[in-house]
Design a protein around this ligand. Structure first.
Ligand code: AMP
Length: 187
């Protein structure tokens, strides 16, 4: 199964992707997480990515696409994956298409976690990650509206988008995602 989880920062993408990944037993691939690891290890990628992340901007496409090309080529990714945070603009969506075409792996479904943007700032401030400060959050939300939100229409046109209300409690959203994917209900 190949899934993409789409939604604004703070919508619970990471939480839902992680839950689903353990339920279906496929890797959860989060570009944000991979980038944070690169930054903490001080790798060349991490050094290049750091300033963009600290200001709430997107890391340049070329870096992120190269990172994903490598990650999707790894062995555990051959049986499927859940992408969280990628693609996050049209350029990356097209790059993913080409990558999957070359690999002979069509993607399946895009889950869109729809939430009201207004309460997200509070949710993120409570999370307390390093880039979860009010001004950086505002910038990330603005970047989302401008660059990532158009992907909803992009995938809707391809008829592979599943629209889920992301505002209820974690377990409720997880149940809705499972039902939409027609997964057997977890014990
Ligand atoms: P996230 O963990 O998804 O909230 O991402 C945290 C930060 O990592 C973002 O604010 C961006 O700076 C960077 N980032 C994550 N995914 C991408 C991506 N697909 N393209 C560019 N930058 C990204």
């Amino acid at each position: 199964m190949r899934l993409i989880i789409l939604g604004p920062p703070g919508s619970g993408k990471g939480t839902q992707a992680a839950k689903l990944a353990s339920q279906i037993n496929i890797p959860h691939i989060s570009t944000g997480e991979l980038l944070r690891i690169a930054v903490s290890q001080g790798t060349p990628l991490g050094k290049q990515a750091q300033t963009f992340m600290e200001s709430g901007d997107l890391v340049p496409d070329a870096l992120v696409i190269a990172l994903m090309r490598e990650r999707l080529g790894q062995r555990d990714a051959q049986r499927g994956w859940i992408l969280d945070g990628f693609p996050c603009n049209l350029m990356q969506a097209h790059a993913l298409d080409s990558l999957l075409q070359i690999m002979g792996q069509p993607y399946g479904t895009v889950i869109y976690l729809d939430v009201n943007i207004a309460p997200l700032t509070l949710r993120m401030l409570q999370r307390g990650r390093q880039d979860d400060q009010a001004d950086i959050i505002q910038q990330r939300l603005a970047v989302y509206q401008q660059q990532t939100a158009p992907l909803v229409e992009f995938y809707q046109r391809r008829r592979c988008l599943i629209h889920i209300d992301g505002s209820p409690a974690v377990e409720v959203v997880n149940g809705a995602v499972q039902a939409a994917l027609k997964l057997p209900v977890a014990a």
